[in-house]
Design a protein around this ligand. Structure first.
Ligand SMILES: Cc1ncc(COP(=O)(O)O)c(C=O)c1O
Length: 469
């Protein structure tokens, strides 16, 4: 009855990865009403600074009442439907993006396209840049939602750039070239590289070397770079974030160089302002054709006029944005440190991070064998015995078993403490019977895996791509 596209499961919703989500929904933790329930640590939401936005709203009740200078703008907003977006809002957004980058980059509102979240922005980029059956290269591990956002409706393929723990999952020139050759072997025409900077799930910013590798690659192969910078405001070590545009400027790449036309930034307010429900996303591109095409496509997912009105008022308050950015980063850092030190107390290490709403956690020593089956087994035990829903690295296409993403900003501090207590008790109980870990397993650090079907499912109508937030 349904079309093949509508019926296929590459949306990811039915993936076994969602087992944890389903279990969480059946039995959610509540401090008083359900203290033995499952704690949701698989959700990259930022709830740490709601008091700041709520207090701004309380002090600006006119905005919530859809008034400007005391007069109602209800009719104006009710009728607004221009897919170019509200000029005021776009001006405020580009200023906010510049503020997050320490004003090292200036953005032109004419190069901005508004869409309903980064989900829509990423898909729109694929529709604009690639034909069905063409490929984008993505460093692993990557945000599981990309399987849905980049591949499902567009027919575009993802080829992984395999990154490993041996160099903290950094992108190398060799890994880029390997992925390119892999794509060629699969007869896929490579249209670009999509990076997430800062990374979900790693919680790290790309360093200068990585950015240069990607830039060199894009110059040599004449391909696009899409830089998803949705976590740019979460960098708690604020000097270390380099936006792709800044990296190009620092290389003194002449603004007439054709690479500028192949650089595109995706951004949204879902993470930095903690507003995923508002569905505010955007594409920033130097390429006039891309801006024009994406603007036309944005008809399918516009940002509502009252959201644009509210947020343009909020973002125009520079005292508020400056305080919010600093305070939010401070709180995220404190949370990250709390989780990292709690896990360290349980003998669990994390990748050193400087951004994001999550830690990339190394549980290889807790696996019964160096396999993805063992990772799945451990994941299930953590879900059912410990009562934590965390994301296994395999859902992010990590090529080494034993890594997990744990989110820390979608819960109260007390709940995080409970989670840490639970994981400590679990590790103590599992390691007391046997020696802490199989010494063989530490070797898997440097082991690289081949591109298995498991890691790299093509967009067939029956693959099992995972999606999450
Ligand atoms: C890297 C990345 N890109 C895009 C998205 C989607 O964001 P949005 O809520 O703005 O659609 C997410 C959400 O988790 C993400 O982590």
């Amino acid at each position: 009855m349904l079309s093949r596209k509508a019926a296929c499961d590459s949306h990811g919703q039915d993936s076994s990865y969602f087992l944890g989500w389903q279990e969480y929904e059946k039995n959610p933790y509540h401090e008083l009403q359900n203290p033995t329930g499952i704690i949701q640590m698989g959700l990259a939401e930022n709830q740490l600074s709601f008091d700041l936005t709520e207090s701004w709203l309380a002090n600006n009740s006119d905005v919530l009442g859809l008034k400007r200078n005391g007069r109602s703008v209800f009719r104006e907003l009710a009728l607004f439907q221009d897919y170019h977006g509200m000029p005021n809002f776009k001006n405020e957004l580009v200023e906010f993006m510049a503020e997050l980058r320490g004003h090292k980059v200036a953005f032109d509102p004419k190069k901005l396209v508004l869409v309903a979240g980064a989900t829509s922005a990423n898909e729109t980029m694929m529709f604009c840049l690639a034909e069905p059956g063409e490929a984008f290269l993505l460093p692993t591990p990557y945000y599981p939602g990309f399987d849905r956002d980049l591949k499902w409706r567009t027919g575009v393929e993802i080829v992984p750039i395999l990154c490993s723990s041996s160099n903290d999952f950094r992108i190398t020139g060799c890994a880029l070239e390997d992925a390119y050759q892999q794509a060629k072997k699969l007869n896929l025409n490579v249209k670009g590289v999509l990076v997430t900077n800062p990374s979900n799930p790693l919680g790290t910013t790309m360093n200068r070397d990585e950015l240069n590798h990607v830039i060199d690659f894009a110059i040599t192969k004449k391909v696009h770079i899409v830089s998803d910078e949705i976590y740019s405001g979460t960098v708690f070590d604020s000097t270390s974030f380099i936006s792709i545009i800044e990296a190009l400027m620092d290389r003194n790449i002449d603004d007439t160089h054709d690479l500028w036309n192949r650089i595109h930034i995706v951004y949204s307010l879902s993470k930095d302002l903690g507003l995923p429900g508002f569905r505010v996303g955007m594409i920033y591109s130097n390429n006039e054709l891309v801006v024009a095409a994406a603007t036309k496509m944005s008809s399918f997912g516009l940002v509502s006029s009252q959201t644009q009105f509210l947020l343009s008022n909020m973002l125009s308050d520079k005292k508020f944005t400056s305080k919010y950015i600093k305070e939010n980063q401070k709180r995220l850092k404190r949370r990250m440190e709390m989780l990292v030190s709690g896990l360290r107390g349980a003998g669990i290490g994390c990748l050193n991070s400087n951004a994001g709403l999550f830690c990339w956690v190394d549980m290889r020593h807790l696996l019964s064998s160096d396999t993805f089956e063992a990772e799945k087994e451990l994941s299930k035990r953590i879900l059912f015995e410990v009562g934590l829903n965390i994301s296994p690295g395999s859902s992010c296409h990590c090529c080494e078993p034993g890594w997990f993403r744990m989110c820390f900003a979608n819960m109260s501090q007390e709940t995080l403490k409970v989670a840490i207590r639970r994981i400590k008790a679990f590790v103590e109980s599992t390691t007391s019977g046997r020696e802490n870990c199989n010494p063989q397993l530490s070797l898997c650090n440097s082991r690289r895996r081949s591109v298995s079907k498991w890691v790299f499912p093509l967009s067939s109508y029956d693959d099992h791509a995972a999606a999450d937030r």
